[in-house]
Ligand binder design. Sequence first.
Ligand code: MOS
Length: 710
Amino acid sequence: MKKDAIGDPLSRVDGRLKVTGGAKYSGEYKVSGLAYGVLVPATITSGTLTSIDTKAAERAPGVLAVITPFNAPKVPGYQPDAPKPFKGLKLFNDNEVYFNGHPIALVVAETFEKATHAASLVKAAYQQRPFETDFHKNRDKAVTPQGGKYKDYLRGQANAYKNAPVQLEQEYLQPSEMHNPMELHVTTAFWDGDDQVTLYTKSQGVIGSQKAIAAAFNLDPAKVQINSRFVGGAFGSSLRTWPHEVAAAQAAKMLKRPVRITLTREQMFTLVGYRPLTIQKIGLGATEDGKLVGITHESISQTAVYEEFTENSVNVSRFLYQSPNANTLYKVVPLNVGVPAPMRGPGEATGAFALESALDELSYLLHMDPIELRLKNYADHDQEQNLPWSSKYLKECYSKGAERIGWSKRQPTPGTNRDGDWQVGYGIGCGAFGAYRGRALAKIKLMADGTVNIQSAASDIGPGTATAMVLIAADTLGLPAAQITFELGNSSFPVAPTQGGSSTVSSVGSAVHDVCIALKQKFNLMAGRPQDNTGDIDYVNILKQQNLPMLEVTQESQSGADAKKYSMYSFSAHFVQVYVHALTGAVKIKKVVAVVDAGKIVNHKTASSQMIGGAVGGIGMAMTEEAVFDDRFGRYVNGNFADYHVPVNADIPQIEAIFIDERDPIINPVGTKGIGEISLIGVAPAIANAVYNATGKRIRELPITPDKLI
Ligand code: MOS
């Protein structure tokens, strides 16, 4: 059997670096003459900064500068990624305060501690304005997004559920949730002259960061170097360039010294996005035998007053199930809060909580098994786009998952399955996420000794990108993985898309596949064989015969025209078994089985890890995570890791990932569809549905804390 083939459980190629401390993160690079910047947050929630007293801070030991709107030179093209008609957050470019924690100054000092101390000495005076942070109070002020990306949707009749023989209308709430990657956001910036800047920064896309920094400072992108080789988790919080990254570059320019800004954990709650609080109404109508006749999905989310954020929370209801009638509405409520951002399974994770909970509720109204209800309404093509699926194996996900979780032991009547003081329940929740493929380039070098190096400006926020790329290259070239290295996270490498939307393996993996094919063709021609000869290639000898020290090829890769004729999604079905303590309401998640149709799986080991990570995120969403606001002051009361609860090891049961592992024939040459998002989408409703099955209590407001169950 072929060694190092696509699908093999190859251990992480950078695993040793990561566990030995050899992997360097953005805050760990030694830069000579480094100064440390600490942001000073506004203590009001809305208003204008009228004056700022920096004297004490400037006199404090080790302080180099205190940068404020009153002394900072304007950043010429600030925040290029704020959508029109919003201005975005322009630190130090004006005196406005839009939310509590909005940075009003940056203290730069010789050490982080000295900067932190001096930051506490900055005194600001404000003209306060009334502010609004209470979503529920302002719900009626929801507006249709103005940014232009979102469109309401109607198929057939609107609100057709209201005329159906069996009807369900319910509202679901999901609170604000924070990405909280373990690694804080850090940026280290230094200039070479006035027109060349280098950043070490936590980024999901070095090319995107390069463009944003170049636009902010009116630079040629070629003069902006972004490095982000290792990232300690991001989950969407580093998809864009944030104000503190621009501030680090701005301070370094002013001081003519390298400057590093590290956000505090508390600042991670206000300055780098979050999953927005969302209220959703689902209307489902069905015939007596369980055929859906109408789906209505309406969603209202929070956003910031200075920038609009939208996501696809309602879109999943347009295509996941067959229904002649479907309509969706989506609105946002601008508040004096930091702007939200995509967070793992952005939109769909929120939407699936509502839709998959509602479908479960409908199954009980119909006295029908929830899997049977899903089968009855299985969508054999995409009704929204009116296109065939490129591939879809969701039925197989249902059956495999049902078997592994022990679905046959599920009691159809809630609250009837007991094990001592514990009530036992089973739940299912499904997910879908668009399978995207972007344009990507890769450069390959095959050396005289047979070793291979591939470069692409891809990112790795944790899933093991380099490992997957090495495996694709090993398989395509017919060489051992140990001979191949893959380098990423550097903006000078060939262009690759941002690591987001579960698209890296599809986009960059295709570029790696294609560049390997291009290399093989060259070798075949040099050896006097037809270029597409599929036989083994003796790379080392061919180079020797040609008297070449190495061979280098760069290849661009993107979707063909055929891609537009298909609807492409990854699908998942999550199964959960829970025990709920009848007296205390404590929930023990006993087992999670996640079954995924994500096309061909490149590396079963890292893919399983990614699925487990997503399920843990879903458990957090279902059980513990909630950013709590005090609307009197407009501040989070739990902006730290002690009070904002993410699941810990003891909360996590056995999680099993099962892959259908059928290649998608359309999307890309390897046949992969992506798993990053669907690993989380559908987990929270699976848990809520299992809790209902165990107890008969339907929890429509996350998180499912014990007080809601007793
Ligand atoms: Mo993902 S929310 O696209 O990082």
